[in-house]
Design a protein around this ligand. Structure first.
Ligand SMILES: CCCCCCCC/C=C\C=C\CC(=O)SCCNC(=O)CCNC(=O)[C@H](O)C(C)(C)COP(=O)(O)OP(=O)(O)OC[C@H]1O[C@@H](n2cnc3c(N)ncnc32)[C@H](O)[C@@H]1OP(=O)(O)O
Length: 725
């Protein structure tokens, strides 16, 4: 918990709670006991606080926040106790000092850090604020602008930056503990008043008020409904405007608001969900403990369209040597130019940082049209056009050319992995890797396991995700996998709402107010309406292959809206053509403006199809879009396409712009309450019986019948055999 030891004149308190020395109540108690012991022992002249196993502390034990015996604010008095000690206290920071961990260090009179240590107050990212007086001490130490930046973003800063900011007194390359003990011995007897941060005045700014006003606007703009950044701001403002004790009182009030807001629970769910998805398991029982990843010393990317370019950039950033292949010189040169531009931009962003990008060296990044150069690669990512015949042709070629054991990945957003694998002689080495655009920016990597995909292939793809600094989520093989499959009913509802009387801007507004970065129509205009049109033509839902006499608004006995097809027939593909669901200033423009043409087109469409225009309120818009998406999530879980609700939540937060402070769609459903979700789906389904997306899934009904169990228990209501992972 926290070990106390006394050597010569310096007592050592070592925080100990593996793996990250999180501050549980037991650790706090032991820390307090150690401080009191040191205080009472006349032979102790100074104290040094450090962490076990080269990590100071990652802060409060996050699991403890949702426990019934939570004691908010239990750390503040201990930090005060440290600061008020009459014996100098030195923090020896190794590894991480985060959240409550850094607040402990701020209570110390001196801070010394290893040069590889990271520090931060990331409470905002889990919906809280630094509630152990950190919002009051940090601005006194490093000034309001730097403190505000750290506290409202939660970013981790390296020791070198901490030194520049004055957050630490010294950084060392060698033994931090020894250096801290040396420092503690040196400062014995020196006055401690100037080292007590609570007594320090806030460093003044000539224009503090104006600075705070502008900072608040920035914080609000970025937060979009996420409460914690603004409340963090308010706490720092209190530090700037009030004496220490009053600031602390304000900090506590604001923390209470956050602790009861519901957002903290959602963000903490998201934190652990991201960690849970790392622990994949196949139905055979294979997992990290039984399947080792293969090393990827060299990779290849086939196809240098938008996705391929982003994937190449991602691999170069991860320092993986690679071959980039196109079908002819014209496409190769176009792709190379675009990749170089992306890499130049990335290199500029990294300037001044420790890492550099090596992309001019052909041994690290080689562009070619020669398939033979793929003979020695360990992994290929195919990123060509979304066309089954073309993908099968490429995989057939790859299985002949690549060395035995090479992992063959397909970047597809919906196509059948088993069918692609059937074109090879090594289906166990074929796996889906669904990147999200822009592939060098978006964090999500959906990893799709085919029927024959081996555990080694899954482990290697998961390892690749980690190397690319992405969140890999293993899912099963079905049309659209998890993310897009859940997206289909959501988008479908949005379009049906237009048919019935709404407008794109009204639907988007509701979903953007909910917290999505972009509503479905703005998103569709950005992605390009032609992408879905092509897919619907391939599926025979529209276009020349549609049998004559097919009713305009029905396919296979279900409701269908031809609205997106009609827009595409008018050449309205979205931003790229300057017109889609909105109008733009020009082709390629980014500013969406409601389009009177579209409004009259919709009226005309409704007249043609004898649809009576009705007013649709915000509640109906939100519920029909979100509950149909969630409903599909329950079907996915029941079919064993994903291992648990947290997988769906991680996918939506990292790939689809779902607001993180709402915890992901399945967590959101759990907060709304499954009985309510079910009742609403039943109601809408009765009104729209020809819309399968609104028909409540059997699994949702089962959970409601079981008494609405907590999200952690949902999967125990399914039989093991259903897993398709
Ligand atoms: C009833 C008990 C109440 C507790 C008393 C509280 C007193 C209240 C007073 C003060 C409040 C202070 C506020 C805070 O301090 S909030 C916490 C702020 N800290 C963080 O947000 C840090 C979160 N952690 C991380 O960013 C990373 O985990 C990092 C430390 C950088 C390590 O990253 P990495 O090397 O990638 O390793 P993992 O992320 O996989 O973590 C390894 C395992 O450790 C678990 N973990 C990490 N941090 C915490 C934590 N703060 N609390 C609990 N558990 C934590 C993580 O889940 C991994 O475990 P597993 O794989 O089993 O999930």
């Amino acid at each position: 918990m926290a070990h106390y030891a006394r050597g010569s004149a310096v007592a050592v308190i070592r925080l100990c709670n593996p793996p990250v020395n999180a501050l549980s109540l037991a650790v706090l108690q032991a820390l307090e006991d150690g401080l009191k012991k040191a205080d009472a022992d006349p032979s102790v002249k100074a104290v040094m606080i450090c962490g076990e196993n080269g990590k100071f502390s990652a802060g409060a034990d996050i699991r403890g926040f949702s426990s019934p015996e939570r004691h908010g604010g239990a750390l503040g008095p201990i930090v005060s106790l440290i600061e008020s000690s009459e014996k100098p206290v030195v923090a020896a920071i190794e590894g991480v000092a985060l959240g409550g961990g850094l607040e402990v260090a701020l209570g110390c009179h001196y801070r010394i850090a290893h040069m590889k240590a990271q520090m931060g107050l990331p409470e905002v990212t889990i919906g809280l604020l630094p509630g152990a007086e950190g919002t009051q001490r940090l601005p006194r130490l490093i000034g309001v602008p730097a403190a505000l930046d750290m506290i409202t973003t939660g970013k981790h800063i390296p020791a070198t930056e901490a030194l520049k900011l004055g957050l630490v007194d010294e950084i060392v390359e060698e033994n931090t503990i020894e250096a801290a003990i040396r420092l503690a011995n040196k400062v014995i007897g020196q006055p401690l008043g100037p080292r007590r941060l609570s007594l320090k005045p806030i460093p003044r700014l000539p224009n503090m008020e104006a600075f705070l006003r502008e900072a608040l606007v920035r914080v609000k703009q970025q937060a979009r409904g996420w409460l914690a950044p603004e409340l963090c701001f308010q706490a720092v403002r209190a530090a700037a405007e009030r004496p220490f004790a009053a600031g602390v009182r304000r900090e506590r009030e604001l923390l209470q608001v956050l602790l009861t807001s519901g957002q903290a629970r959602a963000l903490q769910h998201a934190f652990f969900a991201e960690r849970a998805v790392r622990r994949w398991a196949a139905p055979s029982g294979a997992s990290w403990s039984s399947a080792a990843p293969q090393p990827v010393r060299k990779a290849a990317v086939v196809g240098l369209g938008t996705m391929g370019r982003g994937i190449v950039t991602s691999l170069v950033k991860a320092n993986i040597p690679l071959v980039a292949l196109e079908q002819n010189l014209e496409y190769l040169n176009k792709g190379r130019k675009a990749v170089m531009l992306l890499l130049e931009r990335e290199a500029m962003k990294m300037e001044g940082g420790a890492q550099t990008l090596d992309f001019h060296n052909p041994a690290r990044l080689h562009f070619t049209v020669d398939f033979d150069l793929l003979r020695d690669v360990d992994l290929v990512i195919e990123a060509v056009f979304e066309n089954m015949a073309l993908k099968k042709e490429i995989f057939h070629k790859l299985s002949k050319i690549c060395k035995p054991g090479a992992l063959l990945c397909t970047n597809t957003s919906a196509l059948n992995i088993d069918e692609i694998a059937s074109a090879t002689s090594c289906p166990q080495q074929v796996i889906g890797t669904h990147f999200f655009s822009p592939a060098h920016v978006m964090r999500l990597l959906e990893i799709i396991r085919g029927r024959h995909t081996s555990p080694t292939a899954i482990a290697t793809a998961m390892q690749l995700a980690k190397a690319l600094k992405k969140v890999g989520v293993v899912v099963g093989n079905c049309f659209g996998f998890v993310g897009n499959r859940m997206m289909f009913p959501y988008v479908q509802q949005a379009v049906f709402l237009l048919e019935e009387g709404s407008r794109p801007e009204a639907v988007d507004q509701v979903l953007e107010d909910f917290g999505f970065k972009l509503g479905p129509f703005r998103m569709s205009d950005l992605a390009g309406l032609d992408v879905g049109w092509r897919s619907r033509k391939d599926q025979g839902l529209t276009g020349p292959s549609l049998p004559s006499g097919t009713p305009a608004r029905q396919r296979h006995g279900q409701r269908y809206s031809p609205l997106p097809d009609l827009l595409c027939e008018q050449g309205r593909f979205g931003q790229k053509t300057g017109k889609g669901w909105y109008q733009y200033e020009q082709a390629g423009g980014r500013t969406a403006t409601p389009d009177p043409w579209l409004h009259s087109f919709l009226s005309h469409y409704r007249d043609t199809h004898h649809i009576k225009t009705r007013f649709i309120d915000q509640e109906e818009i939100l519920e029909r879009c979100l509950f149909s998406l969630i409903n599909e999530g329950f079907a996915i879980l029941a079919e064993g396409i994903a291992s648990g609700p947290e997988h769906l939540d991680v996918i939506y937060i990292n790939g689809y712009g779902w607001p993180k402070h709402r915890g992901g769609p399945m967590f959101y459903a759990s907060t709304v309450g499954l009985p309510r979700v079910l009742a609403k789906l039943q109601k809408y389904s009765e009104v729209h019986p020809d819309v399968p997306g609104l028909r409540p899934s059997a699994f949702l009904k089962k959970l409601v019948a079981a008494g609405n169990p907590p999200i952690k228990e949902w999967m125990s209501y399914l039989s093991q055999q259903s897993s398709k992972l």
